[in-house]
Write a new protein. Structure first.
Length: 263
C-alpha cells in the first residue's frame, strides 16, 4: 500500500448550525448517540478552501490547486474513531493487532468497513450510516481553522492532540479520546490511526473537483486515507495530508471514523 504525507490545508468556514426543514421543521440535535453508544457531533453546512497554496514548497502536487468547496448539507461525524468494542458489537469479532476495547479498531480494509456499515444500518433500522467524503472529513477536521493543524501551526503542540511517531513508542494505537479535541469536539483527528474515507483517490482530482459536495474520483479502485497515524511524523498529521490504499488493504495503522446523514 502506498501512503503519502501531505502539506497544509487552508480553510475558510461559514460556521453555525443549519435548521433543516422537514416534516417537523425541527433543527437536528447537535449530538447523537446510537444504540451501541457511538457518539456523533453535528457538522454544519458551509464552505472552505481545500488544498495547498501553489507557492508552498512543502506541498505535493495532489494538494493543488486550492479550490473553494461548499458542503450543502449538515451531517453527523463520529466524535471518536470507531473503537474495537463498537466493531465487536456489530461484527462479532476483533481483527485488531493492538487489542483494547477503547482503542480504535484497525486491520480493517475499506471493504470490511462497508460490511460494518451495512450491518450497522440493518441493526439501527436505517440507511444513514456511511463513511464521510474526503471533503467532509477535511472540513470537519479543520473546524473553522486556517492553520496546518486544527490547533495552529506549531507542530510542537501535537503531543497534546495526537498519538504519533514521537509519542506513541512507535508501537501501537492508544485508547480514543485521551488527547485534546479539535474546535468542534472531534478527538484523534490527528494521528492514532489513518481513517478511511469514501472517496476514490486520484492525484489530479483537485484540478477538476466540483465546487459543491465533491465525492472523489470515479476512476480506479484506490481509496483515500486521512489524518495520519501513530507511526507518522508531524508532517503526515497536517490537515492537508492525503494517504491512499487499495480497498483490501489491512494494516495496524488504518481504522476509520463514521459519518451519519441527517436526512
Amino acid at each position: 500500500m502506498k501512503m503519502y504525507s501531505r502539506n497544509i490545508l487552508l480553510a475558510l468556514v461559514i460556521s453555525g448550525f443549519l435548521v433543516v426543514s422537514g416534516a417537523s421543521g425541527a433543527e437536528p440535535a447537535q449530538t447523537y448517540t446510537n444504540s451501541i453508544g457511538m457518539e456523533f457531533i453535528l457538522i454544519p453546512a458551509g464552505s472552505f478552501i481545500m488544498g495547498t497554496d501553489k507557492n508552498d514548497k512543502k506541498a505535493y502536487d495532489d494538494e493543488k490547486p486550492q479550490h473553494r468547496v461548499t458542503l450543502s448539507q449538515p451531517f453527523y461525524l463520529g466524535k471518536y474513531e470507531v473503537t474495537q468494542a463498537e466493531w465487536v458489537a456489530v461484527m462479532g469479532n476483533n481483527p485488531s493487532k493492538y487489542k483494547g476495547r477503547n482503542n480504535p479498531v484497525e486491520m480493517v480494509s475499506w471493504d470490511d468497513v462497508q460490511t460494518f456499515i451495512s450491518r450497522l444500518n440493518v441493526k439501527e433500522g436505517t440507511n444513514k450510516y456511511r463513511l464521510p467524503t474526503e471533503a467532509e472529513w477535511e472540513y470537519a477536521a479543520r473546524a473553522g481553522t486556517t492553520s496546518a493543524y486544527s490547533f495552529g501551526d506549531d507542530a510542537g503542540q501535537l503531543r497534546q492532540y495526537a498519538w504519533y511517531g514521537e509519542n506513541s513508542d512507535l508501537g501501537s494505537t492508544h485508547p480514543v479520546g485521551q488527547k485534546s479535541p479539535n474546535p468542534w469536539g472531534l478527538y484523534d483527528i490527528h494521528g492514532n490511526v489513518w481513517e478511511w474515507v469514501n472517496d476514490g483517490y486520484d492525484s489530479s482530482y483537485y484540478r477538476r473537483s466540483p465546487s459543491s459536495d465533491p465525492v472523489g474520483s470515479s476512476s480506479g479502485v484506490i481509496r483515500v486515507l486521512r489524518g495520519g497515524s501513530w507511526g507518522n511524523s508531524a508532517r503526515g498529521l497536517r490537515l492537508a495530508s492525503r494517504g491512499n490504499g487499495t480497498p483490501d488493504d489491512r494494516l495496524e495503522l488504518i481504522g476509520f471514523r463514521l459519518a451519519r446523514s441527517v436526512d
